[in-house]
Design a protein around this ligand. Structure first.
Ligand SMILES: NC(=O)c1ccc[n+]([C@@H]2O[C@H](COP(=O)([O-])OP(=O)(O)OC[C@H]3O[C@@H](n4cnc5c(N)ncnc54)[C@H](OP(=O)(O)O)[C@@H]3O)[C@@H](O)[C@H]2O)c1
Length: 255
């Protein structure tokens, strides 16, 4: 029997946001497909919970660090490479979300959101991409953006501008890194059932929830729907795909 075309055997992948939701599911799925994983997140206990759900827990490494601590991030990437070897891929899942009217989007709020969703993700990625850290055989980088990065919704300007920035950055990174055979892509999910969406304003009453559900022709997503798309883009099955934004939204953006 041939090995799955999605196999991640012998690959070492960094996943941020691995303590919750989509990042956690990416870690679990990737371990099932043979990857060794570095789990990045802030909450040590929830990172350990994720580790306990993965195949071969002893193959993986936990890194409890805030993406905003740039020096610690640089050190942490170095440490995991020393432990596990060169990196073959990164999934940037960590992120924060909000729904705020324009008049409430102060410069401070904008800075906070750009720091985590954009600077945090790109800074971790540039550390991972150092010649001393990344495989000479190339690899794959995924940024988890959002369908809000390509469509509009009232109260979503702040979140959307950070997610749109990632989609834009992906195209130029893809061109720049192609000579190293490193592919760079974004995934833009619609609403996925995770701790993040459970705390969203549209969860406050039944009619708001039903409205959000009705906007997704295939219903709301599960973390596995995004983890499976990430698996595809990280695997060699996607070897000729770079600079794209894969929309995984149950049909939200088709209407
Ligand atoms: N859920 C959705 O409906 C949806 C839709 C579209 C896009 N997305 C995107 O998908 C990604 C994952 O979302 P999710 O729903 O899985 O969210 P989640 O369950 O709230 O998880 C967010 C993750 O980000 C990490 N994180 C946040 N700030 C961080 C920081 N400063 N440093 C390090 N880690 C940090 C959290 O770590 P700790 O908990 O350890 O602090 C957590 O692991 C996000 O980028 C989100 O924008 C989600």
């Amino acid at each position: 029997m041939s090995e799955s075309i999605f196999s991640l055997k012998d690959k070492f992948i960094l996943i941020t946001g691995a303590s919750s939701g989509i990042g956690r599911q990416c870690a679990i799925t990737f371990s099932e497909y043979g990857a060794r994983v570095a789990l990045f997140g802030r909450d040590q206990n929830r990172l350990e919970e994720t580790l306990g759900m993965m195949k071969q827990p002893s193959d993986h490494v936990i890194c409890s660090v805030d993406l905003l601590e740039y020096k610690q991030i640089a050190d942490a990437v170095k440490v995991v490479v020393n432990k596990q070897g060169l990196i073959d891929g990164v999934v940037n899942c960590a992120g924060i979300s909000t729904t705020l009217p324009l008049n409430a989007i102060s410069p401070g709020k904008m800075e906070d959101f750009f720091r985590v969703n954009v600077i945090g993700a790109v800074n971790l990625t540039r550390n991972a991409l150092k010649l001393a850290h990344f495989s000479v055989n190339g690899g794959s980088i995924v940024f988890i953006s959002s369908v809000m990065g390509v469509t509009g919704e009232s109260g979503k300007a702040l979140y959307s501008m950070t997610k749109g920035a990632l989609i834009s950055a992906v195209r130029s990174m893809a061109v720049e890194l192609a000579t190293r055979r490193i592919r760079v892509n974004a995934i833009s999910p619609g609403v996925v059932d995770t701790p993040m969406s459970k705390h969203a304003v549209y969860r406050k009453d039944e009619s708001s929830i039903n409205r959000i559900k009705s906007l997704h022709p295939l219903g709301l997503g599960q973390s596995a729907d995004v983890a499976n798309a990430s698996l595809f883009l990280i695997s060699d099955a996607a070897r000729w795909i770079t600079g794209t934004n894969l929309i995984v939204d149950g049909g939200y953006s088709t209407k």
